[in-house]
Design a protein around this ligand. Structure first.
Ligand SMILES: *[C@@H]1O[C@H](CO)[C@@H](O)[C@H](O)[C@H]1NC(C)=O
Length: 629
């Protein structure tokens, strides 16, 4: 009974339901047609001047067309559809920012002159909250906890401070091309401190010649802090030539820079971190080198701004950027042969890799060689990917000693570090796209990468196709011609992996920094993460380190690591004989064997007369077995 009743009840309502459906349908049609009508009404309007406040599909398509018209077609793939909208609008509101889809665009110079801003500004233009007592005691307030540097000190320093002249005297007499290309400086930021961000912007405005600086484009990568909202918009609106793009979705440095690049109109893109200070005359050398050859990607010398005192330290000897087999970036002195080849102290330095902090690249060249890999997220190794790609695909990288920019190195960066997995995934993309069979060397030193790569193989199809389209060379060429100093591990089966000691159950280990040789080898619990990877090669060295740059050596019967010297200056101190059958490792010069010995609180490796004890029994534990033909 009840069943039937219920049905009757529903049937009674059917006409109503039908009516609502019809109404809904009608509304839907009207809303969908509206943009179309809009299009017919104003056919002559420029693409970006339309449709205020209506993020919709229509604009996305148009934005794409625009990108293609500008010859930026590789870029269109860089954005997911919902990331594509940035629309400068003529319809200014009082606050001068117009919400458009995912972005708010603030036009420069549109702040009403003489209008008092709501925030109270101190000397530095920052809403006043200076804290002048000792920063050591009060780390939270001073920004140590928040930003990884001393914000209180930064706030007391002028936004327009002059840096000391640190350029080589020869730089002051350099002649530059009369007609240099113009630059768009792109600065992405995420929760940057007010003073450091503003000092970055002002230092660009104060140092770059007006006729060479097309614009400064700020990309707010979803900052949450209050001062970066209205106060920043208002501040920026009073600066000439500075644009602000806001994203309401986290893009990361890579996505943010791509977005800024798509909006830039200068001949040259200058990507800059949001905590830099430009030295006088920094821009001209960069533009001049690119004017001479648009396939040069160039970087200034990055001087150090101390995170604690904000003092400016300049580096004296030019360094170059390199990377190791874990795809981590390092600085190292320029090799002698490079110095000889280039003569002058102010000549450009060829660099296997560029740091990510500040770099300049011709805008169309950047797009043509595939911008940044849009498959990467947040940040990390995007500079390595770009570096390898530029070299392999016909360009070059240089660091220019006459161009200097100070860079604030955070003493720790947990707040801005993407989680480790993100970086590892980006590394996997570099390995899979560019390293050819050399990628196995990388995986053996980074187990996380190996496991993640196995579990979810990244799709690098597009990047590999790009490489083919551009006719790029292979990684072997890079190793032979661009970075011949990078040691190529042999990683022979049975002679590489963790060096396991049977007696203690521990593995040989060395807590290492890139250039820090000279300490004893330790024994630690086996980590299985690739950090303890050792390799016994055909030159009878036992190599260690992410670049294979360290060798087992001996000092007073104790095994230490040193820089490998065998190839340059033959001697036997770094030569060993691995006896697979007995598990012994003998020092060739002294004919003694490596034994795990307790010394004080720790375990060390010492030379002892060879005997069949377990503490002299070693074997290489290969973590990954690959099919290597
Ligand atoms: C990888 O990406 C390409 C192009 O983006 C696509 O055609 C292909 O189907 C993808 N492959 C896989 C396995 O997802």
């Amino acid at each position: 009974m009840t069943f039937r009743k219920r049905w009757r009840f529903k049937l009674c309502r059917l006409p109503f339901l039908f009516f609502w459906l019809l109404l809904g349908f009608f509304v839907m049609i009207v809303t969908h047609l509206d943009p179309l009508f809009g299009e017919f009404k104003e056919p002559a309007a420029a693409w970006h001047e339309r449709v205020v406040g209506q993020p919709d599909f229509e604009e996305i398509l148009e934005a794409r067309d625009q990108l293609e018209m500008d010859g930026l077609s590789p870029l269109k793939k860089s954005f997911k559809e919902d990331q594509l909208i940035i629309v400068p609008s003529k319809f200014k509101r009082k606050t001068n920012d117009v919400k458009k889809g995912n972005y708010k665009f603030v036009k420069p110079g549109s702040g009403k002159k003489g209008e008092k801003s709501t925030a109270v500004h101190g000397d530095l233009g920052k809403p006043v909250n200076l804290k002048l007592d000792g920063f050591e005691k009060d780390t939270e307030e001073s920004g140590l906890g928040k930003h990884g540097f001393n914000e209180a000190v930064s706030e007391r320093i002028s936004l327009h401070r002059r840096l000391p002249e640190v350029r080589h005297p020869l730089c002051l007499h350099q002649q530059y091309n009369r007609k240099l290309p113009t630059a768009s400086v792109i600065i992405c930021f995420h929760n940057e401190a007010w003073s450091t961000l503003l000092r970055t912007i002002h230092s660009v405005l104060d140092t770059a010649p007006k006729n060479l600086l097309k614009e400064v484009i700020l990309v707010d990568d979803l900052s949450q802090q209050g001062h970066l909202k209205t106060a920043l918009s208002e501040y920026i609106s009073r600066l000439d030539g500075v644009k602000l793009i806001r994203s309401n979705k986290r893009l990361g440095v890579i996505g943010g820079r791509l977005l800024g690049a798509a909006r830039a109109s200068g001949d040259v893109l200058v990507f800059m971190d949001s905590h830099c200070e430009c030295h006088k005359g920094w821009l001209e050398p960069l533009l001049d080198r690119i004017a001479g050859d648009r396939s040069r990607v160039v970087s200034p010398v990055l001087d150090v701004i101390d995170w604690k005192t904000f003092q400016y330290y300049h580096s004296v000897d030019p360094q170059r950027g390199v990377f190791d087999w874990k795809l981590d970036f390092h600085w190292e002195p320029v090799p002698k042969y490079e110095k000889k080849q280039h003569g002058s102290l102010v000549s450009p330095v060829r660099s296997p890799a560029l740091p990510g902090g500040v770099l300049a690249v011709e805008r169309h060249y950047f797009q043509n060689i595939g911008a940044y890999d849009p498959g990467m997220s947040i940040w990390g190794v995007e500079n390595m990917e770009l570096s390898i790609r530029v070299w392999l695909c016909g360009g070059s990288l240089e660091i220019l000693p006459c161009s200097r920019v100070g860079h604030l190195y955070h003493h720790r960066v947990p707040y801005s570090l993407p989680d480790e997995e993100t970086v590892v995934k980006n590394k996997i993309r570099v390995a899979e796209t560019w390293l050819d069979s050399f990628k196995n060397i990388f995986y053996k030193r980074d187990m996380a990468a190996y496991l993640i790569g196995k579990a979810e193989a990244p799709n690098c199809t597009e990047r590999v196709q790009l490489s083919r389209r551009l006719g790029c060379k292979n990684f072997h060429w890079f190793l032979s011609n661009i970075h011949p100093e990078l040691y190529i591990p042999e990683d022979r089966r049975g002679f590489s992996g963790e060096l396991y000691n049977v007696g203690t159950g521990y593995c040989a280990d060395y807590k290492t920094r890139w250039g820090a040789a000279g300490d004893p080898v330790q024994l630690s619990p086996c980590s299985g993460n690739g950090n303890q990877h050792h390799e016994y090669n055909s030159m009878k060295e036992i190599r260690f380190g992410s670049g294979g740059q360290f060798c087992f050596d001996v000092r007073q019967e104790q095994v230490i690591v040193s820089e490998c010297t065998l190839q340059e200056q033959p001697h036997f101190r770094q030569q060993w004989e691995v006896r697979q059958q007995s598990g012994g490792i003998a020092h060739i010069l002294t004919a003694k064997c490596i034994e795990a010995v307790k010394s004080g609180a720790s375990l060390g490796l010492f030379l002892r007369p060879c005997s069949p004890v377990a503490s002299q029994h070693w074997h290489f534990e290969q973590l990954i077995v690959m099919n290597e033909g």
